[in-house]
Design a protein around this ligand. Structure first.
Ligand code: MLT
Length: 410
């Protein structure tokens, strides 16, 4: 008899963004004429830039000729892309990485979801709350969570509340933890940590032999100085941190799929006898077994992000989204909302008015002004009473959404 993985029964019915899509579909079915503006899922709307498209075409053309055709590529990614990543994303920060410390993949969602496989089943996980749901759900599936309590928290997961009381910045855990998921600039709050604030976490991990899983998918949106783009800017981080990066938001690859994960050879975790093991080796073993690499044309396209034209073109797109972020932040502030984020990140985190719950505000926005956002409660119990809007819409839709929200009867 085939038996299911019962850990799946502990999950909420739908993945957050699938639930939102379901509600939009239901509303649209009843109101076919509705002109819905979607600022919910953080999906980009601007096309791939010309430098990337040209390279993409070149890669596809090469695949059509016997002399340049390629079959399976290296599971870890082609050297031409890894070299560019190290040279452009890390060297200017003073961070040295070896070629075999960078793993190209098809998304930071997959990598942040899969990374837990290389850690012990009884690891204690700490997550910020609110949090990108993939970190929690993937550990629930793997059996690390325990049961879901009535307060919306899993009994074995340590929640690091990010509330107005701590300025939406997590405090160190009060109980011992083994793995700490940090995402900065943060999804969903849009907040950042300064170097000295991130150092506290690196020091904690070093002192406690913990590992930090650092999601830096939004680093390209940082505008202010003194905010680290990589955790490896912090001394000692290469002993305790794995970093996830993505071309999705940086260069419009949400539908194209390309990302990378950095696993320095010096990051260690321990077996039951206390012996240290390099996580780089384990991740390589995992990836070579379960992943066959990102397609050649997509890696060629991703490498073009680092050409001088590519850099100028993606910067213009990032500026476009960050102007949207400013329009949302200022528009909401003028309308009397309390807002966070949107300065160094493409997400704006707002407090719902009139003590509405996150989902009540979602329904109100959808039914009254046909604007979709993401309910804060979907990111964890501390997100209740908050709501997230993304800056990834078109300018026109962003401005129209602000007009509509300003017209809301509160
Ligand atoms: C989000 O809206 O939080 C992101 O688009 C999710 C993702 O990148 O998977």
């Amino acid at each position: 008899m085939a038996k299911i993985n019962e850990n799946y029964s502990k999950l909420p019915g739908n993945y957050l963004f699938s639930e939102i899509a379901r509600r939009i579909q239901a509303y649209q079915a009843n109101h076919p004429e509705a002109d819905i503006i979607r600022l919910g899922i953080g999906d980009v709307t601007q096309p791939l830039v010309p430098a990337v498209i040209d390279a993409f075409h070149r890669g596809v053309t090469e695949m059509g000729h016997a002399e340049t055709f390629r079959g399976y590529g290296p599971e870890q990614g082609y050297d031409f892309l890894i070299e560019k990543i190290i040279e452009n994303d890390f060297k200017p920060l003073g961070v040295h990485l070896d070629m075999d410390e960078v793993f190209i993949s098809d998304g930071a969602k997959c990598d942040t979801g899969n990374i837990q496989e290389i850690f012990s089943q009884d690891s204690i996980i700490a997550v910020t709350d609110p949090v990108y749901p993939v970190y929690v759900d993937s550990n629930v599936m793997a059996g690390r969570s325990g049961a879901l309590g009535p307060d919306g928290r899993y009994e074995r997961i340590v929640y690091l509340a990010c509330t107005e009381a701590n300025g939406l910045k997590p405090d160190l855990p009060k109980v011992p933890v083994d793995l700490i998921y940090l995402c900065f600039p943060n999804n969903p709050t849009g907040m950042t940590l300064k170097k000295d604030e991130l150092k506290v976490w690196v020091d904690y991990a070093r002192a406690n032999r913990a590992v930090i899983l650092f999601d830096a998918a939004y680093e390209a949106f940082i505008q202010e100085p003194d905010i680290p783009h990589s955790i490896y800017e912090i001394e000692g981080a290469k002993e305790v941190a794995i970093e996830f990066r993505s071309f999705s938001k940086t260069a419009g690859f949400t539908g194209t799929r390309c990302a990378y994960t950095v696993v320095p050879k010096t990051v260690m975790a321990y077996d039951s006898a206390g012996k240290a093991h390099s996580l780089n080796k384990l991740w390589l073993r995992r990836q070579t077994t379960k992943f066959n690499g990102v397609s050649y044309p997509i890696q060629v396209a991703a490498a073009a992000v680092y050409s001088p034209e590519g850099q100028a073109q993606i910067k213009a797109v990032i500026d476009y989204y960050m102007t949207n972020a400013r329009i949302i932040r200022e528009g909401l502030t003028q309308a009397g909302f309390k807002v966070y984020g949107g300065v160094n990140a493409p997400y704006i985190w707002l407090k719902t008015p009139d003590h509405l719950s996150s989902w009540e505000f979602f329904d109100k926005l959808l039914s009254e002004v046909q604007v979709v956002g993401t309910p804060g409660a979907g990111f964890g119990p501390s997100g209740e009473g908050y709501f997230r809007l993304t800056a990834f819409g078109s300018r026109e839709n962003t401005e129209r959404a602000m007009e509509r929200i300003r017209s809301l009867k509160l």
